[in-house]
Unconditional design. Structure first.
Length: 140
């Protein structure tokens, strides 16, 4: 099995709260940044999605915090897609310090929205496979 897609981020001071650790809402930003980075690496742009009349949507996000992150920490945020049979898919993500310590695990449920009909499209993996220049990054 290949390693999941990963992006490195340095925790910035303004992302911390009064306790000095990363504010809980920032974890969502890190996860979203990794997802968009994966799309870009696979050859899918926001303009390309809009041009095809679809856009990714987040339906549910679960975060399990395990260790705090502090300003200056270097982290890697992974991103791996899990495809099912319906209109949705899961994205499994891990936020890990470069020393290997897992800070958080995130599982998101997403889909692709038809921007005109305002409904989820069927077979989102087919869309990603068609749109991507490197569908292997999505496990396709």
């Amino acid at each position: 099995m290949t390693e999941p897609f990963s992006v490195r981020i340095t925790v910035r001071g303004y992302e911390t709260d009064v306790q000095g650790h990363v504010n809980q809402s920032v974890y969502i930003n890190y996860a979203e940044h990794a997802r968009w980075s994966l799309l870009q690496a696979a050859g899918i742009s926001q303009a390309g999605l809009n041009g095809r009349g679809v856009g990714p949507v987040a339906l549910e996000t679960t975060i399990r915090y395990q260790r705090e992150l502090l300003a200056g920490d270097e982290i890697d945020v992974t991103c791996a897609f899990e495809w099912g049979e319906g209109k949705t898919f899961r994205i499994h993500q891990t936020i890990r310090r470069t020393d290997g310590t897992v800070a958080a695990e995130i599982v998101a449920v997403g889909g692709l929205l038809d921007l005109k009909e305002r409904r989820m499209v069927k077979n989102p993996q087919g869309w990603f496979k068609e749109l991507a220049s490197d569908p292997g990054l999505f496990g396709l």
